[in-house]
Design a protein around this ligand. Structure first.
Ligand code: ZN
Ligand code: CA
Length: 335
């Protein structure tokens, strides 16, 4: 009887958590991919190890602009694949551009909410020197505005990745050595976004964001109105983990983010401590927590360095430094 009651309690709790834990499902996606292809786990861990090695080698930090003394702006060409079933889902260019603008403000720490960064964390908040620009040259060499629109019969997409393949109602990725692929559509209940696994297959590389959480204007719904879902997912795309390390008091592999117990939901205020972290408490205003858009406002210097290390020579994002996706001269259109 006792074990039966325990099982019931667990069922209820598990049901509660699966409903409550709406938002980013990058971790669930990662687990799915690791079980589909066990070698991916090795690839991912190698990518993490690589960034660690880069950060311990001063010389290459300087060479590739990873060190604070030698930061260079890295510009990342972006393609946005919009999959729409209804006209509402076929969002405007303006909404797409609002998302790019958000990225450029958040990753450069010039957004309006920098004033809300808690005083105790201000010295850790980083300008990541990362910028994003819609592609102007497509993979075949022709001119593009960096936005692909495609009608689909799919009511919604989930982490099975149908969204990333034309043959399953989605749209094929552009070469991930040259572009950051962002897929935007209606997603299955509870999913706001997810990122591919660093070191994973190129045809799945990029981030997926729910259409109603994309950008800062247009068809967006509370509490995802400041475009920070994409900021969070790009953090994953460049190798960052959730700030609570995806387990109770887990590690995100970044030294200057405080250890914290679990994900933050909603929009707390004041100091919230956990895991015996210091007097500043949890950094729930970090983009890699799950706090509402309106209450996140920073990456740390440690997170910045980890993201930028992915661009070092032989790193998983190194090829993007040489992309002509946003700087090349398009071929003349065929007659
Ligand atoms: Zn996440
Ligand atoms: Ca940490």
């Amino acid at each position: 009887m006792k074990s039966f009651l325990l099982a019931c309690a667990c069922l209820l709790l598990c049901a509660y958590y699966s409903v409550a834990q709406q938002g980013c499902v990058a971790r669930e996606y990662q687990q799915q991919e690791f079980s589909r292809d066990p070698s991916l786990k090795y690839q991912f861990e190698s990518a993490e190890l690589f960034t660690k090695k880069v950060l311990s080698r001063d010389e290459s930090m300087v060479t590739y602009g990873v060190s604070p003394g030698g930061l260079t702006i890295i510009k990342i060409p972006v393609v946005v694949h919009i999959l729409y079933r209804t006209s509402d889902e076929n969002i405007s260019d303006e909404q797409v551009r609002s998302q790019i603008e958000v990225l450029n403000k958040e990753f450069r720490k010039i957004h309006a909410d920098t004033s809300k960064i808690p005083v105790s964390f201000r010295s850790l908040a980083a300008d990541c020197y990362l910028e994003f620009v819609l592609a102007s040259v497509n993979p075949r060499g022709y001119a593009t505005n960096g936005i692909v629109r495609k009608k689909t019969n799919a009511y919604s997409f989930g982490i099975e990745d149908n969204i990333k393949f034309s043959q399953s109602g989605g749209d094929d990725a552009w070469d991930s050595d040259k572009y950051l692929n962002i897929w935007v559509a209606n997603l299955s209940a509870g999913i706001i976004g997810y990122s591919s696994v660093l070191g994973g297959p190129k045809e799945k590389d990029g981030i997926v964001v729910k259409v109603s959480a994309f950008g800062s204007t247009g068809k967006i719904t509370m509490p995802y109105t400041k475009g920070r879902t994409a900021v969070h997912e790009i953090g994953h795309w460049l190798g960052l983990r959730h700030i609570w390390g995806d387990q109770y008091c887990g590690s995100d592999g970044v030294e200057d983010t405080p250890t914290q117990g679990i994900a933050t939901r909603g929009c707390p205020s004041g100091i919230v401590t956990s895991c015996n972290n210091d007097s500043s408490g949890n950094m729930y205003n970090n983009y890699m927590d799950l706090t509402n858009d309106e209450c996140t406002n920073m990456f740390t210097i440690g997170q910045r360095d980890k993201m930028r290390a992915a661009f070092a020579a032989e790193g998983p994002r190194h090829a993007l430094l040489f992309s002509n996706g946003a700087t090349g001269i398009p071929l003349p259109e065929p007659p």
